[in-house]
Design a protein around this ligand. Structure first.
Ligand code: USQ
Length: 372
């Protein structure tokens, strides 16, 4: 995302405490692609484009003073907030992981909101939320973009209509933090006039973007382990390496999905169209299509010839669910997303290419793939 904004001509400053790298060390996991240090990556971007991205090692949850000082100094027009522990299964792995997820995510979000309000700046805050905030039981409803119209009868018998934040039913501690984030955004928008867009995003798939392709040192993470590997990426790597595709439970769980390249386009769109001061928080459902897990497995199996294996579901989640999502905002901007039917085959080839890096690459660009 930082590279995309830099290419579009923005002056980009990164705040990163390296938490994802630390979690890898603790879990003994690694991205399939080799992820260079942040200074190396920013150096590569500069080598290739002449553009500079500044970075600061600041823990947003722990170091409010540094965050506040930096915002007063930078006075950003846009803040894109990704600074949260992002894996649902990680958050459910242990009490410690769940508590870290709550402590980190809520404190980071609230510190950003407080620092904006306290420093008197007026940036548009764009937050990466999650479709899972709603819960996965749409039960005949089309999940709206954040708000549910309700009609109630007042004490005088008159009908009252209003829109309320959708009363979500998150299925993990991680999704619960995104549901609580929503309340913090609503409060600060109402109380301090902060301008906020919350993107309720589906499961991301794919690895490379236009910018990361220009140099192997810029490649994105490709996680394929049980905690950070999302379902499509796991199926792709299982297909490529000839391991049965691990469908959890019945496979009739339905989720929303979006390709990483389309995610960048959607976030860039959101930043170009900020809400006004005094508006309620804008919610956009950032989803290209909904699909069941067994359908994705069938597509990957057809592409790779690898069989599907239904394994006991290690997660506590509804066995199967319907999912109908309102994506009016994205369809309204003429969004033509990558869909599995046509884009999955080329993506599998891309991942294969990442496993077999060109000979001139300086150092190993890919790691050995072990059974995830
Ligand atoms: N699944 C399998 N086999 C696997 C891995 C997953 O059948 O090998 C199933 C899971 O049981 C689940 C579905 O695939 O029903 C999706 O799992 P996932 O790990 O791809 O995604 P999920 O846990 O839902 O969460 C991920 C990210 C989170 C993000 C969310 C978007 O961890 O950051 O917010 O996707 S959403 O689910 O729409 O809220």
């Amino acid at each position: 995302m930082a590279l995309r904004f830099s290419r579009l001509g923005a002056r980009v400053t990164l705040l990163d405490n390296g938490s994802r790298r630390e979690i890898d060390k603790r879990l003994g996991t690694a991205s399939l692609t080799r992820i260079r240090s942040l200074p190396e990556r920013l150096g590569a971007w500069h080598d290739r484009t002449g553009r500079r991205i500044r970075s600061h090692d600041i823990d947003l949850a722990e170091n409010y003073a540094a965050l506040r000082a930096l915002l007063s100094d930078c006075r950003p027009d846009i803040i894109v907030h990704f600074a949260e522990q992002r894996s649902a299964p990680y958050s459910m792995m242990s009490s410690e992981a769940g508590r870290y997820t709550v402590d980190n995510n809520l404190r980071a979000t609230h510190n950003i909101l407080s620092a904006i309000a306290e420093s008197g700046i007026d940036p548009h805050l764009v937050h990466l939320g999650s479709l899972g905030v709603y819960g996965y039981c749409s039960a005949g409803l089309r999940l709206p973009e954040g708000y549910l119209p309700v009609t109630a009868t007042g004490p005088d018998g008159r009908e009252v209509r209003k829109e309320v934040l959708f009363p979500g039913e998150p299925d993990s501690i991680y999704h619960m933090t995104k549901a609580l984030d929503q309340q913090l955004f609503a409060f600060h928008a109402r109380f301090h006039g902060l301008r906020v867009t919350d993107l309720h995003q589906g499961v991301v798939w794919g690895t490379q973007t236009a910018e990361t392709r220009i140099d192997p040192r810029l490649v994105n993470r490709f996680d394929h382990d049980r905690l950070y590997g999302t379902v499509v990426n796991r199926f792709m790597i299982q297909g490529i390496t000839g391991q049965p595709l691990s469908v959890y439970g019945s496979g009739t769980q339905r989720r929303g999905f979006i390709h990483i390249e389309d995610m960048l386009r959607c976030i860039a769109y959101a930043t170009r169209t900020p809400p006004n001061r005094g508006d309620r928080v804008r919610v956009i459902n950032q989803v290209a299509e909904t699909c069941s897990v067994d359908h994705i497995a069938a597509l990957v199996s057809a592409q790779t010839g690898v069989p599907i294996s239904h394994v006991d579901n290690p997660r506590r989640e509804p066995e199967g669910n319907e999912l109908d999502v309102d994506t009016s905002t994205l369809r309204g901007i003429g969004f033509t997303p990558r869909l599995f039917e046509t884009a999955l085959g080329p993506e599998i080839e891309d991942v294969q290419a990442l496993l077999a890096p060109p000979a001139e690459t300086t150092g190993p660009a890919a790691r050995a793939v072990t059974a995830p």
